[in-house]
Design a protein around this ligand. Structure first.
Ligand code: GDP
Length: 426
């Protein structure tokens, strides 16, 4: 029986998926990123240092693991190359032996980033809160069939011809809609030389590679970016990302549609954080927010911007668990709550005078207010705890409460950023 697993976010992203993938890669031979691009970051802390990964799969640190960027990712050669160079400078090898890029992945083109910034500027105070990495323009163009497949890099002349055609088309939007500067082939030549040309040795028919891996019963780990509430179809649209963050999409985005995922690890943070705009029902403000943000070091891995923070939202988390069809959960950053006398939990929403326990339609979400319950805090340092039975009773009660409310078992609890700061339960 083949062993495969998807690691996905249950909330708004930044749940700590990266550290879980880093930990679990020990048991898997292939790690695949299947959606998203350089717009978010996984933070991985290991013996080589602290790394912010944006596009590279988190298995890159494990010798012997083959990492794959699937056709569902937004392949940004610039971001990817900078990231590869950064890892190499810190002594982590990135070679065609441990990284394969799907020749069916579409390229994020330089103008996608520009268009992202231009559109956010046009929206002014109605911004979506984009990270301006070009993800939304990229996915729209992909679905309009107006971008380039990575495999085209193998045929430089045809690649340039295709780019020239797209450039003509895109310049219409840039100049006539936004009044911006047009792109030139000279500018793109620099982009090709500086970034794209380095991608060629990594290109592969990753579908064929994964089918072979499957035939040989290799274990495959699928790594998501962001969380269920940012999914294009199931999240808080339009404050979502532009791809599918669900485990159900993983086989498609990975390039192995025949894969049946047996294990879905949903990562939940012990409190809530959210980056960018959009409804965030249990948001805290002022000093309380500042304290939690500081304790959890909640600043964007990509942008450095302060994250919005709040208590755990059991309504949103239960919905996230359902959307992801998680078969088990990991609860991260429990140590961050150690200083609190009382821990609030959002157990229901109040919508137009009525208490509800389901996650509503996005527009209704804007009107929801949180209904809180509180639990007693444990008020001691738990970062050294490795055994469930050594956790203070109050911390156990908190974990059990979440488990019962969201309807899925919490198998792992993290109590610090390091690889070993994990408590496993049965
Ligand atoms: P991801 O995109 O889901 O991987 O999330 P992030 O990259 O934002 O990771 C969450 C952040 O929290 C990173 O800086 C981690 O090093 C850190 N982190 C992860 N788990 C824990 C934990 O259990 N305790 C503490 N204190 N920090 C953690």
């Amino acid at each position: 029986m083949m062993n495969n697993c998807a690691i996905v976010g249950i909330n708004w992203g930044d749940e700590g998926k990266g550290r879980m993938v880093d930990l679990l890669t020990r048991d898997y031979q292939v790690v695949v990123r299947y959606q998203g691009g350089g717009n978010a970051g996984h933070t991985v802390v290991n013996e080589k240092g602290k790394f912010a990964l944006h596009l590279l799969p988190s298995g890159i640190f494990r010798p012997g693991v083959v990492n794959v960027l699937g056709p569902g990712v937004a392949l940004d050669p610039e971001n990817l190359w900078v990231e590869m160079e950064d890892l190499r400078a810190k002594g982590v090898p990135v070679t065609p032996e441990n990284l394969l890029i799907s020749d069916r992945a579409s390229l994020l083109l330089p103008w996608h980033r520009d268009l992202d910034a231009l559109e956010e500027a046009r929206l002014a105070d109605k911004q979506y809160g984009s990270t301006k990495q070009g993800i939304a323009p990229f996915y729209s163009d992909k679905y309009q069939k107006k971008t380039v497949l990575a495999g085209e890099l193998r045929r430089p002349e045809e690649f340039r011809e295709h780019l020239r055609e797209l450039l003509e088309w895109k310049n219409l939007t840039l100049t006539k809609v936004y009044g911006a500067e047009p792109y030139t082939m000279e500018k793109l030549e620099r982009w090709i030389g500086d970034y794209c040309s380095h991608m060629v040795p990594f290109l592969a028919d990753t579908g064929a590679f994964l089918r072979e891996a499957q035939r040989q019963e290799k274990s495959i780990l699928l790594e998501a970016q962001l969380g269920a509430l940012r999914d294009l179809d199931y999240g808080i649209y339009p404050y979502t990302t532009s791809s599918s963050t669900t485990a159900a999409y993983a086989p498609i985005g990975a390039g192995l549609p025949s894969l049946r995922i047996s294990r879905v690890v949903g990562v939940v943070k012990a409190y809530s954080t959210c980056v960018g705009e959009g409804p965030f029902v249990c948001e805290l403000f002022g000093e309380e927010a500042e304290k939690l943000r500081e304790a959890g070091q909640e600043y964007g891995a990509k942008t450095g911007r302060p994250r919005r923070v709040g208590p755990i939202d059991l309504v949103a988390t239960r919905y996230g668990v359902q959307v992801q069809a998680a078969t088990e959960l990991t609860l991260t950053k429990l140590d961050v709550l150690s200083s609190l006398d009382e821990i609030p939990l959002c157990v229901r929403y109040r919508l137009r005078g009525e208490e509800i326990d389901y996650f509503p339609y996005p527009a209704d979400l804007e009107e929801c207010e949180p209904v809180y319950e509180t639990m007693k805090g444990w008020k001691c340092d738990i970062s050294g705890v490795r055994d469930w039975w050594d956790l203070p009773r109050e911390a156990q009660a908190y974990v059990n409460r979440i488990e019962n409310a969201v309807g899925q078992v919490i198998r792992c609890i993290s109590v610090g950023p390091e690889r070993h700061s994990i408590i496993r339960r049965g």
